[in-house]
Design a protein around this ligand. Structure first.
Ligand SMILES: O=C(O)CCC(=O)C(=O)O
Ligand SMILES: [Fe+2]
Length: 455
């Protein structure tokens, strides 16, 4: 939606509109560093050799991968303030999926506001030429830019930006004075020999009128860490300069999780553990009918009360050797694999997982490629006070589309069964800071047993 001010100034008859549009545009003067020929040559050389370079407001650092930081990017403070004002007047849309939660503006490609237009012209005009020369590549005039607003608990998890045509990523921050304790840092990851992200090597704290640039490459893994400040708004303009993509190695496929034969039915164990209600044959028939109809069901109070309590306490107190499982572009959390040894079919794999602030799983290409019919079974423990706004719920989505099919919220002793087809994938939503900031100082967490059965 156009702001009132811009509407009054620019939207009249077509002819008038064209002329007026031009006069509306405010030209953006960029910092002297990018006007200086010597600096350009020096940055070019340093980028080529992967060495460090710094001069005035411009810095090139090559660890963990080359990124260029330009402070005071726009010369005029008035321009930057007006730009911020125009951006804040835009419509923002809440975006949320496995990878992110933040607010995005309407498309900026065609916005007519004077300062947005001015910056777009400078970025995709003279600055694109500068960058093309620095990198020695032909960058296309394609305009790819949007505005993002990250507020309390917003996040953009680990990703590499890879998409056909994107060559260089840029982010311009328009934030109030910001500290690393406010969260919202741009974290850069190192990678292993399979080009998988390994660990956070550098955290860049956003700052007013600072531009960050990096090439989109097989190693350009980064994230926007969760915003922890309850009142600050992390406003940014970001996008990509398009050009020939860098060569990409084939995607790494993780070794599959071993599948083990399922335990044969053991009546004594069932009697001991399962709520007697579920052992009733006619009730089982009812459940079966319902499950056949909807492919999902929640069996409340599934385990006998005393067993449930025993397991919950054991999970809290036991010295389980939790494995921190990554890589961060796929998952983050404490998972312990469970194995079964008695031969029979079907096959199954299972884990006990601990969910706390910062845990998540993501959808990823390899998983999508291997999708198959499966029965998911999840039994949570210790989530009596857990709120849905903390995250940690499981979303089932249609592969290829971002359409949400089903959300399963963790509920104590409620066994969730979901039968999914080859087109359905699942992820667990990022557990955010609200889970550990309810006034009590203890960090909240819950556990679940998660099993998947294959035919
Ligand atoms: O805002 C940032 O610091 C990074 C944004 C980003 O990585 C993206 O939009 O892909
Ligand atoms: Fe990114």
């Amino acid at each position: 939606m156009t702001s009132k001010r811009a509407q009054n100034e620019c939207n009249n008859t077509d002819e008038f509109k064209k002329k007026k549009r031009k006069s509306c545009e405010q030209s953006a003067q960029l910092c002297p560093g990018v006007e200086d020929e010597q600096v350009k040559t020096a940055v070019k050389e340093a980028w080529n050799r992967r060495t460090h370079y710094s001069k005035g407001d411009l810095e090139l650092d090559c660890h963990p991968f080359p990124h260029c930081i330009i402070r005071n990017f726009i010369s005029s403070e008035t321009f930057t303030e007006n730009l911020q004002r125009e951006l804040l007047e835009l419509n923002f849309h809440e975006k949320s999926n496995d990878l992110y939660k933040f607010k995005q503006s309407d498309d900026l490609k065609k916005r007519k506001e004077p300062h947005i237009t001015g910056l777009r012209t400078a970025l995709f005009g003279p600055f694109r030429s500068w960058l093309g020369e620095v990198l020695g590549v032909e960058l296309e005039p394609t305009v790819d830019i949007s505005c993002a607003k990250y507020e309390y608990t917003d996040v953009l998890l680990c990703h590499d930006d890879e998409l056909e045509g994107r060559r260089v990523a840029f982010i311009l921050y328009l934030v109030p004075p910001w500290q690393s304790s406010d969260g919202g840092t741009l974290d850069l990851y190192s990678t292993d020999s399979h080009f998988q992200p390994q660990s956070k090597m550098k955290s860049l704290v956003p700052s007013w009128n600072t531009l960050i640039l990096f090439e989109v490459s097989p190693v350009s893994f980064h994230q926007v860490s969760e915003v922890l400040s309850q009142d600050k708004c992390r406003l940014s303009l970001s996008g990509w300069f398009h050009g020939p993509s860098l060569e990409r190695p084939p995607r790494h496929i993780e070794p599959p999780i071993p599948r083990n034969p399922h335990l044969p039915r053991d009546e004594t164990l069932l009697m001991e553990w399962v709520n007697p209600q579920y052992l009733d044959i006619s009730y089982q028939e009812q459940i079966q009918t319902e499950f056949e109809n909807s492919s999902e069901i929640q069996l409340k109070d599934f385990v006998r009360e005393e067993k449930f309590r025993e397991v919950r306490e054991a999970l809290r107190l036991a010295e389980i050797q939790w494995m921190k499982r990554g890589p961060p572009n796929k998952r983050q959390g404490m998972f312990e694999r469970l194995a079964y040894f008695v031969p029979s079919t079907p096959m199954c794999c299972g884990e006990v997982r601990r969910w706390s602030h910062g845990s998540y799983t993501l959808l990823h290409d390899a998983e999508a490629a291997q999708a198959e019919y499966a029965l998911d079974l999840v039994l949570p423990f210790g989530c009596a006070d857990w709120l849905s706004e903390f995250g940690g719920f499981t979303c089932y989505v249609a592969n290829e589309e971002d359409e949400e099919l089903l959300t399963v919220y963790p509920e104590d002793n409620s066994l969730a069964l979901v039968y999914r087809d080859k087109e359905t994938l699942k992820f667990v939503k990022h557990v955010n800071h609200k889970s550990s900031s309810d006034g009590s100082s203890t960090c909240r967490e819950f556990y679940d047993f998660s099993f998947t059965y294959y035919e």
